[in-house]
Structures are given as structure tokens and as C-alpha cells.
Design a protein around this ligand. Structure first.
Ligand code: MIC
Ligand code: SF4
Length: 639
């Protein structure tokens, strides 16, 4: 048999209908072992699942509540109650608020080596630390995977990341992934899977591996994966899950599309400077800069080892600035309590917050005006923290601790050894689904925050309207559809669109878009490279569509966002000649003939015809024509 890398081995085992391994770029349909959402994407995903007429999900499915938990007012609790009741009815495990962050709970409890999965969150790729292939996707794609147990995705190129050596004192897994970001950049991972190999792998624990795969999302990678080895066994056994272990590795002579080499022993602490996780620099160049806040946690750095290392570095000292800590799960919080670290954290003046996303998604913990916050999180996009003029830099938990004590960016001044503590089992926190018989009688509770899904019309032959916004490079989903304090509006498309879409860039956008839409025109957005980077939130497509946007024309799209645009019937197109970006202005009257989605496509503007390329796959044509994935599903599954 031909030799295979680990990615190919797992994909070969999950190919629907078997057959040969796909070529890179070819769309491949995989059986999916697990599908999940979190509350910020889950309500929409569940509304779509219900609209599909699904009575019971196929793969192991979980709805986590971790993002929006402030419960100030009825909206959050309404969302949670809807998720709890719809989960129990449809056969989905429900993880209530306080249990922990979806990705962290996932590796603790659900992911096994060799599995495939899809989650309605871009950091679903965290699970790659367990030797599994997991993709982030929009809520509709997750609903479809729950309904069918399948997911289609273009086969990525498999890039080998060869690790040698071991991390020196004071250097953490966060520094490995920041090093990768410095080598690859925020869009260099597009269309790729990073497969970590080499002797250095054995020197990284399972949670360190997950830190590394987690931030593959920040490089735009499809996913990342580590082998499953003795360290994986060690972790699973420590969680009482030894039976879930199986060894998995690439063949010795496996081929890869490309190779990156990193000697772990040569790494030093790094920092990603505001406003992008890709602005990676040496910490030593920033030592001494005063800071106003430190935040530790997020799905990237909230394991027991991370927090215990942070606590060890603080030991016997007081923090000099406001310091917030978000444990990854209740199990981690209990482990910290049992080990005594929790008391030490309190003694040091740390604010121990709820187990969840918290400040990472702007749910509290905003920095002071013009402040600088050091965070162990994965994203530092503009305004994501909730304070428009504050800055966020990203660092490891050890750098966060040293800096919290001095109130300035500081390098760890000593090595720390953590006292291990037994892992805690918290599976009792999960709410299990009802039996089929009970489920038939069960009511789904829909409070006033749960709004019906909007209906969308089919694609017209001519998109005819106005360029409503002309944007630059790296527009993130936080720019398009901010989260933070708007999270309670995730189940209410109209309000979310009117209040939030592009409002941090142009507060007049929603009103202008509605005026164009209601006058019978179509809205068009123009941008440059890496449009839609960041989160998987489908609201960044759904809300613009509700506001009348029918096409987005840019130089290049981020992977998950382009799928979301198709799912909501917005035509994604790219400039064939990037210089044409200069030939179209905001406010220009434009049209695009889309009567034949095989192409060719031109943007007609000011008497010119600018050639465009489709950014969608041939399989998307019928979906776009129908006006989006749900109208297409309904039309093709009519009784
Ligand atoms: C994020 O980190 O931006 C989020 C919030 O987790 C998103 C999901 C969302 O917007 O609901 C993600 O990364 O996909
Ligand atoms: Fe939550 Fe932040 Fe992770 Fe997104 S990146 S899942 S908001 S912790």
C-alpha cells in the first residue's frame, strides 16, 4: 500500500463511499463523528436544523454555552433555555453555562484520536491536538452535518511541521504557535492542514499541542493535527478515558506538499502586537512598556498546566494591574482548587472569573480607555475587547504573570515547576438528551428573543445596485459583525443587523443598506485580501444578506467566511486583476450579470467591465441560485 501521512489516513477512513484519496482542492465528503455548536452560533444553527425538519441528529452532537453568559436581561437566558430544550429533543448533549469553553470541554470529554468533527466555531481545530481532524464551519454547515453525519470540504494541502528539541524554561506552547504565525502569516495557512511531526512532538503535552492547533485558525488553515502517542495515552488515562486511546502516526516515508522546521529549544518568548495575531515580535524588544490589564484563559491557554504555571510565577507576590483569569472548564477550576493554586491566585489579587470565553469575546473585562491589555488569547483584532481605543497584545501565560506583577511587559525571570494535581471528572454537568419516546412529547421553549428565521428570495439574474462599502485588507468578522455586547442579539437577525453590522467602521451602513434594499436595489461590498478572517460566525453573512447585500467582490476570501456567504445566498467573487480594486469607489452604481453562474463575470462600473472570478465551487451554484442553503435544502427535500 502507498505510504500516507496522518491526515490522509484519517481522511481515507472517513471518505463517504470509499474510493481514492482526493487531490488537493477537490471537494471531499467525509463522514463526521462529532458535530457541535456554542451558544453564539448555536441558536441559529438549531433554528436551521428545525427548519430542515430534522427529528434526531446522527453523529455525536453537543451544544455548549460558553460565549454569552452575562444574563443581563432576558435575551441570554432565553437563548440558553431554547438551546437546552431543543438539544434534549433532537438528541444533542447540552453543556450549560459555567461548565467551560467548548473546545476545552471537547478535548476533556469527547474527542478521540482518529475522529472527524465539525464545530460552529473557528477554533474547533483545537481538537487536532488529540490526533483528530476537526474543522470550523458556519452554523448551517454544522446543522447539516448533524442532520446527515457528513461534511464536504475542499481537500487541503498537507504541510509537515517538523519539530525537534524541547522548549527551554520560560518558553511555552503559545510561543510555538506565535513562531508559526511569524513564519506563515495570517493568511498563509489557507487551503492547508499543518501536520506536526518529528522528535519534538513527544516533548509537548496534549494540552500544549491543543494550544498549537487552536491558533492554526489565526493562520487561516483548514485545520492542524498532531499524532496520537504516549503523551495522548497519558492524558486520556489521567481523565479516566484510557479506552479511547489508539496510536496514530504518519508512515515513515509519508509525502507532504511542503515542510516547515522548528527547533523548540531555540525558541524565545514572543508577542503578537495589536491589531493582529500575525504581528509577531520578540518580547525583549518590548520589555518595560507599561500595561493596564492582564487576562489569562480562552480556548488557547486555559489548561491546568497553563494556569498553574501562571500561579507559580505569581507565587508570594501581588499583581500590579487588574488581572482576570478564566479557567477552561469547571474541571480545571476544581483541579486548581484541589491543588491549592486557586487560593494562591486569590492571594495574589487575581480576579477568578467564570469558566468561559469572557473577555476574549468582549463579554466584560474591557480595558481602560487608551489602555494596553496583555492577553493569553488568540485574537487581538481592533475593538474586539470592547474598548475602541485600547490595544491588546497576545502572550504566553508565563509572560502574562511576570508582567502582571511588574505592571510592565516583562520576561519570566525564573523557571517554574508546577505541582501536578489529579484531573477531575465533571461529566455530571452535561445535560443528556431525552429518549426518542420522551422527546416526541417534549416542548421546545422559545422565549421572545428567539425570532423566526428570515425568508430569502432566489438570486436575480442581474445584481444591480451600489457599492455600499469599500474596505481594505484583512477585514475580520469582528469588523463585519461585532460580538461583545451584541451577543445577546444572535437569535434576532433584524436587531443584530440594524444595530451592529459594520457599525464600528461606518455607523451609517445599516441604514444606507436598508434604504437601497427597500428602493429595490442590491448592495455590493468591495474589499481586498483575506476578507472575512477570524470567526466562523455566519451572522457576518446572514445580517449583510438581511440588509440586502447580494455580492461581495474582493481580492481573496478567508475559507469559512466564503462558505457562509454561499449559505446565505451572497455571491462571492474576486477581482481577476487586483489593480481593478482602484477602479471602483464607494457609492459607485454597479451591476453584475449572474444569470449564468458558470460565468464569465464582470463588474460593470462607470462604463468599464472589470473581469471577476467566482470564489465559489461548482457545487454551490444551485445553492446560490435558490437564494441560500436553507431554501435549497427545502426545495430539494420537499415531501
Ligand atoms: C470568536 O472567537 O470570534 C468566536 C466568538 O468564538 C467565533 C464564533 C462566533 O462568533 O460565534 C469563532 O471563532 O468562530
Ligand atoms: Fe471563546 Fe475566545 Fe475561544 Fe472564541 S477564541 S471560542 S471567544 S475563548
Amino acid at each position: 500500500m502507498e505510504s500516507m501521512n496522518l491526515t490522509e489516513k484519517i481522511i481515507a477512513r472517513h471518505l463517504v463511499g470509499g474510493g481514492r484519496l482526493p487531490q488537493p482542492g477537490e471537494v471531499v465528503t467525509l463522514t463526521i463523528d462529532q458535530a457541535f455548536t456554542q451558544d453564539a452560533t448555536g441558536t441559529m444553527s438549531m433554528l436551521q436544523l428545525e427548519a430542515m425538519g430534522v427529528k434526531r441528529v446522527k453523529p455525536l452532537s453537543v451544544n455548549f454555552v460558553d460565549h454569552s453568559m452575562m444574563q443581563s436581561g432576558f435575551r441570554n437566558p432565553d437563548d440558553h433555555e431554547y438551546l437546552r430544550t431543543v438539544s434534549r429533543k433532537l438528541g444533542i448533549i447540552y453543556s450549560p453555562p459555567g461548565t467551560g469553553i467548548c473546545h476545552f470541554l471537547n478535548i476533556e470529554n469527547f474527542v478521540k484520536p482518529g475522529m472527524t468533527g465539525i464545530g460552529a466555531d473557528s477554533h474547533t481545530v483545537n481538537a487536532g491536538g488529540m490526533g483528530a481532524i476537526y474543522f470550523g464551519a458556519g452554523g448551517y454547515d454544522v446543522a447539516l452535518a448533524m442532520a446527515t453525519g457528513e461534511y464536504s470540504v475542499p481537500m487541503p494541502l498537507v504541510v509537515q511541521v517538523y519539530l525537534s528539541g524541547a522548549l527551554p524554561a520560560g518558553v511555552m506552547a503559545m510561543d510555538v504557535i506565535l513562531k508559526m504565525l511569524s513564519l506563515v502569516g495570517v493568511k498563509g495557512g489557507k487551503g492547508k492542514i499543518f501536520e506536526y511531526t518529528g522528535p519534538g512532538v513527544a516533548n509537548l503535552s496534549l494540552t500544549e499541542r491543543a494550544t498549537i492547533t487552536n491558533m492554526g485558525a489565526e493562520m487561516g488553515a483548514s485545520t492542524s493535527i498532531f499524532p496520537s502517542d504516549e503523551r495522548t495515552r497519558e492524558y486520556l488515562e489521567s481523565r479516566g478515558r484510557g479506552g479511547d486511546y489508539q496510536p496514530l502516526a504518519p508512515d515513515a516515508d509519508a509525502a507532504y506538499a511542503d515542510r516547515i522546521e522548528i527547533d523548540l529549544s531555540e525558541l524565545q518568548p514572543l508577542i503578537a502586537i495589536y491589531p493582529s495575531p500575525g504581528n509577531v515580535e520578540k518580547i525583549s524588544d518590548h520589555v518595560g512598556t507599561p500595561i493596564n490589564q492582564v487576562c489569562v484563559g480562552s480556548c488557547t491557554n486555559s489548561s491546568f498546566e497553563n494556569i498553574a504555571s501562571f500561579a507559580e510565577m505569581l507565587k508570594g507576590q501581588r499583581v500590579a494591574v487588574d488581572t482576570l483569569l478564566y479557567p477552561g472548564s469547571r474541571a480545571v477550576a476544581m483541579q486548581l482548587a484541589n491543588s491549592g493554586y486557586l487560593t494562591e491566585l486569590w492571594n495574589a489579587g487575581v480576579r477568578v472569573m467564570e469558566n468561559g470565553c469572557g473577555a476574549c469575546i468582549g463579554q466584560g473585562g474591557s480595558p481602560v480607555s487608551k489602555g494596553l491589555s496583555l492577553r493569553t488569547f488568540n485574537r487581538n483584532f481592533p475593538k474586539r475587547s470592547g474598548t475602541a481605543d485600547a490595544q491588546v497584545h497576545l502572550v504566553s501565560p508565563l509572560v502574562a504573570a511576570a508582567s502582571a506583577v511588574s505592571g510592565r511587559i516583562s520576561l519570566p525571570d525564573r523557571s517554574v515547576a508546577i505541582t501536578p494535581a489529579a484531573q477531575v471528572n465533571d461529566t455530571a454537568s452535561f445535560v443528556m438528551p431525552l429518549t426518542l419516546e420522551e422527546a416526541q412529547k417534549a416542548e421546545v421553549v422559545r422565549g421572545p428573543n428567539i425570532m423566526a428565521l428570515p425568508d430569502f428570495d432566489p438570486l436575480p439574474d442581474l445584481i444591480d445596485g451600489e457599492v455600499l462599502l469599500k474596505l481594505g485588507d484583512n477585514i475580520s468578522t469582528d469588523d463585519i459583525q461585532p460580538a461583545g455586547t451584541y451577543l445577546p442579539l444572535r437569535s434576532n437577525v433584524k436587531e443584530y443587523a440594524m444595530q451592529a453590522t459594520f457599525n464600528l467602521l461606518d455607523p451609517t451602513f445599516s441604514k444606507r443598506a436598508v434604504a437601497t434594499r427597500d428602493a429595490g436595489g442590491h448592495g455590493i461590498l468591495v474589499g481586498r485580501e483575506n476578507y472575512g478572517q477570524g470567526s466562523s460566525r455566519e451572522h457576518a453573512a446572514l445580517c449583510p444578506r438581511w440588509l440586502g447585500i447580494r455580492a461581495v467582490v474582493v481580492a481573496q476570501f478567508a475559507r469559512i467566511h466564503v462558505a457562509n456567504l454561499v449559505n446565505f445566498g451572497i455571491v462571492p467573487l474576486t477581482f481577476r486583476n487586483i489593480e481593478d480594486y482602484d477602479n471602483v469607489l464607494q457609492g459607485d452604481k454597479v451591476s453584475i450579470d449572474v444569470s449564468d453562474l458558470e460565468g464569465p463575470f464582470f463588474l460593470r462600473v462607470n462604463g468599464n467591465q472589470l473581469p471577476l472570478n467566482p470564489a465559489f465551487e461548482p457545487k454551490d451554484i444551485a445553492v446560490l441560485k435558490a437564494g441560500g442553503a436553507l431554501p435549497y435544502f427545502k426545495a430539494t427535500h420537499a415531501a
